[in-house]
Design a protein around this ligand. Sequence first.
Ligand code: FAD
Length: 473
Amino acid sequence: MDYEFDVAIVGSGPAGIFCALELIKYMPDLKMVIIERGKRIDARTCPNSTMARGCKKCIPCHILAGWGGAGAFSDGKLTFSTRVGGWLDEIIGERSLTELMDYVDSTYISYGAPERIYGAKEDDIEEYARRAALIGMELIPQKVRHMGREGCIDVMGKMYDDIQKHTEIRFKTEAKDIHINGNAVQGIETNGGDMLAAKYVVAAPGRVGNEWLSGQAKKLSLTTENNYVDIGVRLEIPVAVMAGIAETLYEPKLIYYSKEFDDKVRLFCFNPGGVVTSEYYDDILTVNGQSFANEKTSTTNFALLVSSRFTAPFNEPIAYGQSVARLANMLGHGVIVQRLADLRRGKRSTAERIARSPVKPTLPSAVPGDLSFVLPYRHLSSILEMIDALDKLCPGIGGDGTLLYGAEVKFYSSRVKTSPALETEVRNLYSAGDGAGVTRGLMQASVSGVVVARDILSKEGVTTPGSTDISTS
Ligand SMILES: Cc1cc2nc3c(=O)[nH]c(=O)nc-3n(C[C@H](O)[C@H](O)[C@H](O)COP(=O)(O)OP(=O)(O)OC[C@H]3O[C@@H](n4cnc5c(N)ncnc54)[C@H](O)[C@@H]3O)c2cc1C
């Protein structure tokens, strides 16, 4: 069959970008198209990306969609642990993942990411790991390269400048349907009705596109499995409370198993001197957090989320997470904020009670309310247990004035069954990144793009450094 394109990539987040960069590096003349639902990076504007915040409920959300995907306006923390940011270690093996993380990191540096690495003071980290173990928590040590939001936009903008010299990029264009012929992919149909015939199709639509990819998987009868759904809150505390741990670890990641339910509770997405933000997933508002390189607040925020994985017969973890977020939206007309003292005493927060907290809320649109009407008992109880445990590690976290914002929900797409090279059961159709349910962070999403590109290159007869390692791992 005659193809208009050799490769069509859906989504220009880190997974799509790194797939394109790797293909161009070895086959610069490949005929490639990237289709992206959002806008160019310089046309993406959001009040949430500045200190003057407030969600305008754009569709698609500028924080999540457009060149760079969710990565462009992210915090830009590249993490160097195979246990963080995805599940690629289960698919390509720990050794390949470690090698590819180094490779991806060097690419980020070549596009201007800062040289400095944080979290490398090993003796001090040992001490925190020991103290965490004493209170039943596991500290996941990790080194971090921090680009910051401004750095991320700059780095991804430079990647765009290079990629667009070789590749057609169609913005404000949505992939509607993946077409196959027999058991091989045929191309992509866009929402405008264009049929882009392509020999290889790479679906990298991110979390914002997970429903689309799940729908396509169903239509194409691809095997999928339920993934985790993480539901919880974002905590906001004075900067001083976690200043010591922040200085040593930079990005603390802690895991706790609750006594009552044996549920996994994670502390992550740590923003010292940062702000709490909201995110708009088509019709629901959820909570997130971020920090800026040049402007600091007097508060620190981080997520405390409980992970659940449902088994048969229920197979809609995303719908479950959305329902919890919708409850918060229904009661608070958006995001709810509550003082820890009020939550513990079974009272809703009011503006007056919030004003008694030494923590001044950095998300002005959050409405004082009662999160116990929103979160299921097992989530709330596990979160409160973790707060008590954390208070022993960093006294003050469990203070009356601590603020909780909800609901924070992380949807991980149902995972499409793939080969170790991320090829689906349909020949030449690949799925990569967060939307494929295999990653949940910049580093692993970028790695997944390289994995796909190397498999395509090997099918085209090009040998790359790690291609054989992955297919045999
Ligand atoms: C506020 C915030 C801060 C974060 N901070 C960090 C951090 O510091 N460190 C870290 O490791 N991770 C961070 N993350 C997570 C990180 O951004 C993601 O894990 C990463 O961007 C995933 O990359 P991806 O390429 O898989 O998907 P995405 O980056 O989500 O990109 C997918 C792209 O596909 C497009 N798309 C979707 N569906 C379609 C369709 N049907 N047709 C066409 N285009 C489509 C979307 O518009 C989007 O641009 C953060 C995320 C957010 C939201």
